[in-house]
Design a protein around this ligand. Structure first.
Ligand code: G
Ligand code: MN
Length: 250
């Protein structure tokens, strides 16, 4: 499990997103698309995502005081969001590692909700009741994002990196980001931009009113050992920031 930082406009750390990587002996670091697909094919997808969820919690916990005041963002695959055991599993994990639900952001994609069923609805309601924040990942790339907003009532949207990376040369991308930010403000949602690769993107996004940023401009996904020596985390600790709630949260 690696963690990629999410920062605010002042460069303060806000959250760590847990990202799964498989260190393959010959093929190097592999992303989750590959091995989750493989596991789903052998009907082990649920099992693997449980393992990943627990590993994310325990690895985050190992950061101890380094992660104090920071949120943890966890990606939930569609198979897990529609699992009747989700809440029980998650609560058990949080309890075992002594983590408060209020610090957790659950990232789901629009795809999750294509399976829209009673279990998904109940799980989302309970996640929210427990105090976890719901984030809509890869926002803008699914086919029915607007109706999903009223169905899911997320706390946060993550603007997909395809829009962010096209900002400089594509006027449509810029207008789309403008619209997402404006809509998010009306709905009191936190806006995160992913795929921020340079200073220029950052300035543009700040100008458009985006709250939080993630991308190679700040940091690639880091191991706990790398995080420990990262200047980003040292700065967060010196800053002593303890704000863990998203600005729009009630
Ligand atoms: O949208 P999604 O959640 O699938 O994207 C997460 C992936 O994007 C991670 O695997 C991460 O390594 C990668 N990523 C993170 N920051 C950047 C970035 O600035 N540029 C690009 N191209 N990819 C990034
Ligand atoms: Mn994500």
């Amino acid at each position: 499990i690696l963690f990629q930082p999410i920062l605010d406009a002042q460069g303060q750390l806000y959250s760590l997103e847990a990202l799964a990587r498989w260190r393959h002996p010959r093929r190097g670091l592999l992303g989750p698309e590959l091995f989750l697909d493989l596991a789903e094919r052998y009907r082990q997808g649920g099992l693997l995502s449980d393992e990943l969820m627990n590993l994310s919690l325990s690895t985050y916990r190992q950061l101890d005081d380094l992660s104090a005041g920071l949120r943890l963002s966890i990606n939930l695959p569609p198979s897990k969001l529609s699992d009747v055991q989700l809440i029980a599993d998650l609560c058990r994990g949080l309890e075992r590692h002594g983590l408060e639900p209020g610090r957790i952001t659950i990232e789901i994609t629009e795809r999750s909700v294509l399976l829209h069923n009673a279990v998904v609805t109940a799980n989302l309601r309970q996640l929210r009741e427990l105090g976890m924040a719901i984030s809509l990942d890869d926002f803008g790339t699914g086919y029915s994002s607007l109706s999903l907003l009223s169905t899911l009532q997320p706390d946060e949207v993550k603007i997909d990196k395809s829009f962010v990376m096209a900002l400089h040369h594509d006027d449509y991308a810029r207008q789309i980001v403008t619209l997402i930010v404006e809509m998010a403000q009306r709905m009191n949602l936190v806006v995160v931009a992913e795929g921020v690769e340079n200073e220029r993107s950052l300035r543009l996004l700040q100008g458009l009113g985006v709250h939080y940023f993630q991308g190679f401009h700040f940091s690639c996904p880091l191991s706990p050992a790398e995080l420990r020596v990262s200047p980003l985390l040292q700065r967060a600790r010196l800053g002593g920031s303890t704000t863990v709630s998203p600005p729009g949260a009630s």
